[in-house]
Ligand binder design. Structure first.
Ligand code: ADP
Ligand code: MG
Length: 254
C-alpha cells in the first residue's frame, strides 16, 4: 500500500522529517505516537500533499505509484484520506454540498456517474445511521462554529462517504468524550476490511484499546525511532517517553 523511504521534509525552511522510513501493507493498522512537535502531523500532511510540507529527499510509493508526483486532488482520488488535527472552518460552503461535491469528484475519477441529491441523502442517511451519528451538522457551513467534537464527528462523516483506501487520522480522538471515542472506534473497525490501511496518530491508549494496531511507531528527531506492537503503547502509557528511552532533542519542556 505505502512505502516511505528516507523522507526528508522541511516546513518553513526547518527540517522536520530527517530520513523517515515506514512501510504499510494492505489491511494493516499503524499507530504513530511521539512528543508534541515531533513531526507526526507533518508526516500525514506530507502524504496528503499539503503545501506547507516541502519534500527535499526520499521516495514514497503508494499502490506502486510515485505518490510525490501526484497533486492533492489526485492523491484524494486515488483513495488517500486525511482527517485534520484541527479541521478548517469554511464559512459560506454548505457542508452537505461540500460532501456531495467531494463524493462526485471521486465517482467521476473512478468512471462512475454522479450521484443525485436524493440518492446522496439516502446514502448519507444509511452510513451515518449505522453509527448513530446525527445529521444536523450537514445543513450548516463546513465546520463553521462547530465544537471540537463536532468537527471530529464531521471528519467521520467524510470518511464514511468517501470510503478511502489509506486512512490517516490525526488525533481524531483528542478532546472527545468516552462515547464519542467509541463511535470513532466503531467507524474505524467497520472500515477495516482486510484491504484498507490506517495510520492513526494518537496520544491516548483508549482508542488503541478499541482499535488494536498491528504496529506502534514512535517518531522522534525526525525519524521513526522505535517500533513495536500494542504493548509498546501500553509501556509508553506507563513510563512516558523518557521512560522508554526516547530523548527528544528539541524538547520544549525542560
Ligand atoms: P506533531 O504533530 O508531532 O505535534 P507537527 O508535525 O505538527 O508535530 O510539527 C512539527 C514541527 O514543525 C513543530 O516544531 C512545529 O512547530 C513545526 N511546524 C509545523 N507547521 C509549521 C508551520 N506552518 N510553520 C512553522 N513551523 C511549523
Ligand atoms: Mg500534530
Amino acid at each position: 500500500m505505502l512505502d516511505i523511504k528516507n523522507l526528508h521534509v522541511n516546513i518553513n525552511d526547518k527540517e522536520i522529517l530527517k530520513g523517515l522510513d515506514l512501510k504499510i501493507n494492505s489491511g494493516e493498522v499503524h499507530a504513530v505516537m511521539g512528543t508534541n512537535g515531533a513531526g507526526k502531523s507533518t508526516l500525514v500532511k506530507t502524504l496528503s500533499g499539503h503545501y506547507d510540507c516541502e519534500v527535499n529527499d526520499g521516495v514514497v510509493t503508494y499502490k506502486n505509484k510515485n505518490l510525490l508526483e501526484m497533486d492533492v486532488s489526485q492523491r484524494a482520488n486515488e483513495g488517500i484520506f486525511m482527517s485534520f488535527q484541527n479541521p478548517v472552518e469554511v464559512p459560506g460552503v454548505n457542508n452537505s454540498y461540500f460532501l456531495k461535491t467531494a463524493l462526485n469528484e471521486k465517482r467521476s475519477y473512478d468512471g462512475n456517474d454522479e450521484i443525485d441529491a436524493m440518492d446522496f441523502l439516502k446514502h448519507i442517511k444509511e452510513e451515518t445511521g449505522k453509527f448513530n451519528i446525527d445529521r444536523k451538522l450537514l445543513q450548516r457551513d463546513l465546520n463553521d462554529g462547530f465544537s471540537g467534537g463536532e468537527k471530529k464527528r464531521n471528519e467521520l462523516v467524510q470518511l464514511l462517504m468517501l470510503q478511502p483506501d489509506l486512512i490517516m487520522l490525526d488525533e481524531i480522538d483528542s478532546g472527545l468524550d468516552v462515547d464519542a471515542i467509541k463511535t470513532v472506534a466503531n467507524v474505524i473497525n467497520d472500515m477495516l476490511d482486510g484491504k484498507r490501511s490506517i495510520i492513526m496518530i494518537t496520544h491516548y491508549d483508549r482508542l488503541l484499546e478499541l482499535v488494536k494496531p498491528d504496529f506502534v511507531h514512535i517518531i522522534n528527531n525526525g525519524k521513526i525511532e522505535k517500533t513495536g506492537d500494542y504493548n509498546l503503547a501500553l509501556e509508553l502509557d506507563e513510563k512516558g517517553f523518557e521512560g522508554i528511552g526516547i530523548k527528544d532533542e528539541s524538547k520544549w519542556i525542560k
